[in-house]
Ligand binder design. Structure first.
Ligand code: FE2
Ligand code: FE2
Length: 473
């Protein structure tokens, strides 16, 4: 049966003029919907959700809002507008015209990068699939689903590139993106963090703050790519990503606000805070330690010949490349702190191109600090003597020079025994997780919030907080 893809899939890539692409998508779309129904937020397929849908790339009005059943969501394909004069912004090919097709010599590298990015998108939907059952409000439930459908759209974006530019192996990779599953013993998702279960809302907010922000930096570096369709796809994805991080930042802020209210009544004792049904600040800090460090690993090794060759070849640049003066980075070095044999820290100068992952990670850490400063302002204003802190980027790493070292959250090396003895102070324990889980009860009355989280400052798209953002049918 013929499907009218122009209306079914909003796009700005002239889908109706491209028969090959249409045929490929005709094959893939039913598999995607099957996947959504099985591994997406499956209990809510009949609910009507107030969702934003991308309908163009116009900065002033790129989305429409309205009630939609999620399986009917129009997952569109949008690339930022083409700049005919665009040239390569960094590396050995600096200044030459950007590529409109995939150069043969970079085909497998580009395919792997697109597949790796694409794999994270459905993975996060799978990780979050049961959260709807314990949403603290209809407002939050809607935000979860907004993030979910947009991660679905990001999968479409990567599948479009695979179908349009990588022929048969691209189509096979697109199939595989629906066959790997988060946490699956035989066919897990590609990156570690995307196999961690997200079964409570504290983890969800941490994930959208820290892990979606890793996504932002990956997209920013791919938005610099010499492969123009990839660059333009990723530029537009960043527009949606901003909302995901907003959900994380405001979610954590609202938890803190509620905890501070409770502390005013019951005092500083974490046990008393828990008994009153709020999340104590030390527990919040342990969750932060976990998700921040897990997300740091996604940037890859601090010294990396792959990163150097991606940069040299124009495949993946630095986020905001135009802010740098030297786009070749040939003669520069980067000072890197590394563990030394005596259990201390030494500094090494490494060629800048080999340190690109670290350059990106540093920019990410700085960006993560912005929310931390805001959260601490809330705590200070309430007169509470506590500061949340990002742990040292050396803490609990599994990739790079600091992998499998025994480092405390302040960055100090220590013995394995001492580290083991303290880890329950630093990372969520089974008891923490059980406690957080015990708070997770569904609230479905419009405008009402669960007891562990404060209401948001405002609703969505100028609607009141009390609006019925999800009609549970
Ligand atoms: Fe995404
Ligand atoms: Fe996201």
């Amino acid at each position: 049966m013929a499907i009218d893809y122009t209306s079914r899939i909003p796009n700005n890539v002239d889908l109706s003029d491209n028969r090959t692409l249409q045929r490929a998508l005709e094959h893939w779309q039913p598999a995607f919907l099957e996947w959504w129904k099985e591994l997406g937020p499956s209990d809510f397929n009949a609910s009507e959700v107030f969702l934003r849908t991308a309908t163009s790339v116009d900065a002033k009005g790129w989305a429409t809002y309205g009630e939609v059943k999620m399986p009917d969501y129009r997952w569109g394909i949008f690339l930022a507008d083409r700049d005919e004069a665009r040239t390569i912004g960094f590396g050995d090919e600096y200044g030459k015209p950007a590529w409109q097709q995939v150069p043969g010599e970079h085909r497998s590298t580009l395919r792997r990068l697109i597949v790796t990015q694409g794999d994270t998108e459905p993975a996060s939907v799978e990780q979050q699939r049961l959260l709807g059952l314990t949403a603290p409000s209809l407002y939050d439930l809607r935000n979860l689903f907004q993030v979910n459908v947009e991660e679905g759209r990001h999968l479409w974006a990567m599948v479009y590139l695979l179908h349009a530019y990588f022929g048969r192996d691209g189509r096979e990779e697109a199939e595989e993106l629906l066959h790997r599953h988060s946490g699956d013993a035989d066919k897990p998702r590609i990156l570690g963090t995307f196999n961690e279960p997200i079964s409570d809302w504290l983890s969800f907010f941490m994930f959208t703050y820290f892990t979606d922000r890793d996504g932002k930096y990956q997209l920013k570096s791919l938005a610099e790519s010499a492969f123009d369709p990839l660059a333009r796809t990723c530029s537009f994805m960043l527009t949606e990503e901003a909302h995901h991080m907003f959900v994380g930042e405001t979610g954590i802020a609202r938890i803190i606000r509620r905890t501070l209210e409770v502390m005013k009544e019951v005092g500083d004792d974490p046990e008393a805070v828990r008994r009153a049904g709020a999340i104590d600040l030390p527990t919040l800090q342990r969750y932060m330690n976990f998700w921040f460090t897990s997300s740091l690993d996604l940037f890859g090794a601090d010294i990396s010949s792959n990163a150097a060759s991606y940069f040299a070849n124009g495949i993946k640049g630095r986020p905001d490349e135009e802010r740098y003066e030297d786009h070749l980075a040939l003669d520069q070095t980067y000072s890197l702190e590394l563990p030394d044999a005596a259990g201390g820290v030494r500094t090494d100068e490494v060629p800048m191109r080999n340190a690109m992952n670290e350059v990106m990670r540093q920019a990410y850490v700085k960006d993560c600090e912005i929310g931390v400063v805001r959260w601490n302002r809330l705590i200070a204003r309430a007169g509470v003597d506590f500061e949340v802190k990002l742990p040292s980027p050396r803490f609990r790493r599994t990739i790079g020079s600091w992998a499998n070292q025994f480092i405390d959250p302040s960055g100090r090396p220590m013995s394995a025994e001492a580290w083991m003895a303290r880890q329950n102070d630093w990372l969520p324990t089974e008891a923490d997780r059980a406690f957080v889980h015990s708070l997770m009860h569904r609230v479905t009355e419009p405008g009402k919030m669960a007891g562990w989280i404060a209401p948001p400052d405002r609703g969505i798209n100028n609607l009141p907080v009390e609006y019925e953002y999800v009609r549970l049918n």
